[in-house]
Write a protein that binds this ligand. Structure first.
Ligand SMILES: [Zn+2]
Length: 1004
């Protein structure tokens, strides 16, 4: 048997050693030492370089020599559908309703396209699933509790590449290899509603609690209609038949507290003192224990409404939030010559399929009955034959497959890293090159990769500088191209070099680079041409381009003009959130087509039009990093932040040439995607790079009634090339119950996921309509859903603002969004900072988006060990979470605010001497430094506690939040207070005022 399972450690696979696309088609000029590109071209060793002025001109013999002769990658450039054509962005103005003016209520959940997102309409299957002859259904038996945990049994090595039989299947599109959605060639027939009703696992009756709540007055579907067949279904057959998915109530997760109706005007403090947990879907425990971790995959509604009409009534958005490439401690990895997938819809076999018997399984997305392949009958974990239902694929909602050759369009690409540095006068002034080059030197050996890793560097000001790092040179050579109108690549074969072979030259260059431009007077920035050059250089392989920019680009294509008007910052209307040119988006799409992702590091004190520049990352699946006012001396905190973030950036896991598809059970439809990517074909997301810190969101609708369905599933499949050159597929599957009443929909609402999805939608709305539209829509989302709850679920009108327990924090989170940098009004939001915040909303996993929006506040001057966590002999205090209001502060205390990427420790004026001396290490308040970003490690229990707590917070996330210690008279105090979202500001309501406003609208 060839199946193997391993944990996610120690990649071992063999890879094709040579990469066929790297052979340059044409060499411009053989270089030996000082080479010449015709009359006035100069190649100079770095030591001779005296600043700008040495120039390469295009060799006259070959006009356009490089571009025309690049070996082409067999990745087709997909013609852009009109809706994705960068030049064509039709959009309705002002509303989710096309062409309509903003008229409350704005219905977020309607599926009108907005161009800020990428939208598709999945083809619908018009046929019904096949039901094969045998109508006996059974639920398969889940793992017994006696089974050893998967990870303990996995072999860690020897992942054999046993699938390569010598012939490389070359497909002409990724769509084909990953497999489309519902295929156009169904052989479906024989619709059998009785059968489809029995699909999936038996769903237990609802808990008594559900029936005890106020019956819905207008939904017309009493809860009793959910009395599905509750006993064991189908035949009992050893070993599959011992059905324990019975009607037992014990596994139901909803706590009685969850059934409460709350009057927010009376119970104002609904914020739990411990971190808010996502709701647990109301599934039988045997299903739920196999379900996908909500950190990876969650839905705004953990109970899916069975019809669009019901969803419309709830006025809540339906969508998924994903963190698909998150770093995982344990990840089962399967190597098998057969990856078992539904023959019809290409779903990967998963814990929520139904085994009809040992030889057949029924797809939980399209209901097709599939055969179990012979190989799958053997379980590599138990080494038992005849247990397909115990295979790791059927026991893990999150799993990774080693992909055989049919999942490749070309041999897996090598890891390729290209760095593009702004070296204009402005850039040199900031001193950033020192930090970045040092960080690269420190982490050069930690870049994810293997013996095939390639690296290259480009610098630019008004001209573009290339660096030959060919093995054997005594030092790097700089090549200057001054023709920025029609950029060409000199010596393409020596500019991206094998890191191992040229490591010393690379190190030489990194040590020299920061000093090379110190005397430059060149103020211009030809960013656009530099990006074009970088794109050409990377086109043959794909890879990651890291661009460092410190100002508005001024020369050549992609040059931009300042357009921020400080006086208009406070206005929610006339601000420039849309790109001023489509150059960056178009180039990003070209990059995407060649498997190049562009990460932008913007370090600028001046307006740099991030709305335009950011497109280069957004559509190429890159990320944007922003360091406003970066300066190596004047802004040490930013320097520290850049260093820490670069450390993470350079060493974190990376997937190349990736695509992601999200499938859902027939009847549901995914229509709008949020995140950084390009929608390549209908619903296939193109991700030239995927990183573990990126989040995605999608919106969904109910296209066909799910009346006959008890459970629905969602599956994301991410196909990527690892830095070791393996083709892998990471699959997550989430299973949720379908419900028929409005009350159940509300009870299962996930308020964090809803807020996160609304934030994504509001960014689109800000861009396609206006900021004030987006703000109105956010407020209306609360008003509409709570009005629906009032009128359709509550049996009697009660005074106050009644909300279901699940939505008790909804008004607070929406108010927090209104005060978030993306959507706030007032004069302190600089345009680039607002755009960056919007980029973050789109690209961050939900957990960080929520921390940015509604930070957590703790009192930390009196930490105790009561209720502390004990992790590896460390005691980590767990202070209660406080409401974000100055009422919760006191001058004699110290308070820590965790806003995700930043931690702020505000120390009150009268803070106790004990804290000052035992934690801050100062004798009195006046001695707290104005800039303090570290706590001293003192030999006191107080110091140990707070340091343990802060370290623990930092360990919870992949990036490094900077700590600011803030005195009461510090200018940073304003930032701290800005996050007090429950308080009134000059331009925003307090939480209580907001509740009154909502109540007024709801009771209208
Ligand atoms: Zn299927």
């Amino acid at each position: 048997m060839s199946s193997q399972v391993s944990v996610n450690q120690g990649y071992n696979s063999q890879l094709p050693g040579s990469y066929p696309h790297l052979i340059p088609a044409k060499t411009l000029n053989p270089v030996s030492g000082q080479s010449n590109y015709g009359g006035s071209q100069t190649v100079s060793p770095l030591s001779n370089y005296q600043g700008p002025g040495q120039t390469l001109y295009r060799p006259p013999a070959a006009s356009n020599p490089v571009t025309s002769s690049l070996p082409s990658v067999p990745v087709p450039r997909m013609p852009l559908p009109a809706s994705q054509n960068p030049a064509a962005t039709p959009m309705p103005s002002g509303s989710f309703l096309p062409g309509a003016n903003v008229q409350p209520p704005l219905n977020w959940q309607y599926n009108y396209p907005s161009t800020g997102s990428q939208i598709n309409h999945c083809p619908r299957s018009s046929s019904q699933p096949t039901i094969s002859g045998n109508t006996n259904l059974t639920s398969h038996q889940y793992v017994s509790s006696g089974d050893p945990p998967l990870q303990n049994n996995l072999t860690k090595s020897g992942i054999a590449s046993n699938t390569n039989n010598g012939s490389m299947v070359v497909h002409n599109s990724y769509d084909e290899i990953e497999g489309g959605g519902f295929l156009a060639t169904p052989q479906y027939a024989n619709k059998n509603p009785t059968m489809s009703r029995s699909v999936g696992y038996s769903y237990p009756s609802l808990p008594p609690g559900y029936q005890n709540t106020a019956p819905p007055s207008t939904t017309g579907m009493p809860p009793s209609s959910l009395n599905y067949s509750s006993g064991p279904q189908g035949f009992t057959q050893t070993p599959l038949g011992a059905n324990h998915l019975t009607a037992s109530m014990s596994g139901l997760s909803l706590h009685p507290e969850g059934l409460r109706v709350i009057n927010l005007l009376q119970e104002r403090n609904m914020l739990p003192s411990t971190p808010l947990q996502p709701p647990v879907p109301n599934l039988h425990e045997d299903i739920q224990k196999l379900n996908c971790n909500p950190e990876l995959f969650r839905c705004t509604l953990t109970s899916i409404p069975q019809t669009q009409a019901l969803l419309n009534k709830a006025k809540l958005p339906l969508g998924l939030l994903l963190h698909p490439f998150k770093d995982l401690v344990q990840l089962p990895v399967v190597t098998s010559s057969t990856i078992v997938r539904c023959r019809s819809c290409r779903t990967y076999i998963n814990p929520f399929v139904n085994f009809l018997d040992q030889r057949r399984w029924k797809c939980n997305l399209c209901y097709r009955v599939n055969d179990v392949p012979e190989e799958f009958m053997y379980n590599p974990l138990t080494r038992v034959y005849g247990e397909p239902h115990r295979r790791p694929e059927v026991q893990n909602a999150t799993i990774e497959f080693m992909a055989p050759s049919e999942y490749m369009l070309r041999p897996p690409q090598p890891p390729v890293y290209l760095f593009v540095f702004d070296v204009s006068h402005n850039a040199v002034e900031t001193g950033y090159l020192n930090s970045v080059c040092q960080s690269l030197l420190d982490n050069l050996d930690l870049l994810p990769g293997n013996t095939r890793t390639k690296i290259g560097f480009i610098t630019f000001d008004s001209t573009i500088h290339f660096y030959s790092l060919q093995e054997g040179l005594s030092q790097p050579q700089m090549l200057i191209v001054s023709d920025i109108e029609d950029v060409f690549i000199p010596m393409p074969e020596n500019l991206l070099v094998n890191l191992n072979e040229s490591k010393e030259l690379v190190q030489d260059l990194l040590k020299t680079l920061p000093q090379m431009f110190t005397k430059t007077l060149e103020t211009q920035s030809a960013l656009g041409p530099a990006l074009q050059a970088a794109f050409k250089l990377m086109s043959p392989t794909g890879g990651r381009m890291s661009v460092f920019q410190t100002q508005l680009p001024t020369l050549g294509v992609g040059a931009l003009r300042p357009r921020e008007e400080p006086n208009q910052r406070s206005s929610a209307k006339e601000i420039h959130l849309t790109p001023s040119t489509d150059f960056y988006k178009k180039l990003a799409l070209d990059c995407s087509g060649q498997q190049v992702a562009v990460d932008l590091f913007l370090l600028s004190g001046q307006y740099s039009d991030l709305a335009s520049l950011g497109c280069i990352s957004r559509y190429s699946a890159g990320s944007v990093y922003y360091y406003p006012s970066y300066h190596h001396q004047q802004n040490p905190v930013q320097v520290q932040k850049l260093q820490k973030e670069l450390q993470r950036y350079l060493t974190r896991k990376i997937g190349f040439e990736a695509v992601m598809r999200i499938r859902c059970t027939k009847g549901l439809s995914i229509h709008t995607f949020h995140g950084n990517f390009f929608v390549r074909s209908t619903d296939l997301l193109s991700l030239p790079n995927v990183n573990p810190d990126a989040g995605y969101a999608v919106q969904m609708s109910v296209e066909e009634s799910l009346t006959d369905t008890q459970l629905v599933s969602f599956q994301s499949a991410l196909l990527y090339t690892s830095s070791k050159g393996e083709r892998r597929i990471r699959v997550h599957t989430l299973c949720l119950p379908v419900v028929s009443t409005l009350n159940e929909v509300f009870l299962g609402a996930d308020v964090q996921a809803i807020s996160g999805l609304l934030a994504n939608m509001a960014v689109d709305r800000s861009v396609t309509a206006s900021l004030s539209d987006a703000r109105d829509a956010l407020v209306n989302a609360v008003i509409d859903s709570l009005s629906a709850y009032h009128s359709s679920v509550l049996s009697s009108q009660q005074p106050g603002l009644m909300v279901p327990f699940s939505l008790r924090l909804f008004p607070l989170f929406v108010l927090a969004l209104l005060k978030q940098k993306s959507f706030q009004t007032g004069t302190n939001a600089r345009l680039d900072e607002r755009i960056f915040a919007m980029c973050q909303v789109k690209n961050q996993p939900l957990v960080y988006l929520m921390l940015t929006t509604h930070p957590t506040l703790y009192r930390v001057d009196n930490l105790s060990d009561e209720g502390a966590l004990n992790i590896n002999d460390r005691t980590i205090p767990q202070p209660p979470i406080l409401q974000l209001s100055v009422e919760k502060l006191s001058r004699d205390g110290a308070f820590l605010m965790d806003a995700g990427s930043v931690l702020m420790l505000w120390v009150g004026k009268n803070c106790g001497q004990n804290f000052l001396s035992q934690v801050l290490g100062v004798q009195n308040y006046a001695l707290i430094p104005q800039t303090m970003t570290d706590l001293p490690e003192l030999d006191t229990p107080e110091s140990a506690r707070i340091i343990a707590f802060i370290s623990w917070l930092r360990e919870q996330r992949p990036f490094f939040p900077i700590l600011y210690v803030i005195r009461d008279d510090s200018p940073m105090k304003a930032n701290f207070l800005q996050n007090m979202v429950e308080d009134r500001t000059e331009s925003a309501l307090s939480y209580y005022e907001f509740l009154l406003h909502i109540q007024q609208q709801v009771n209208k």
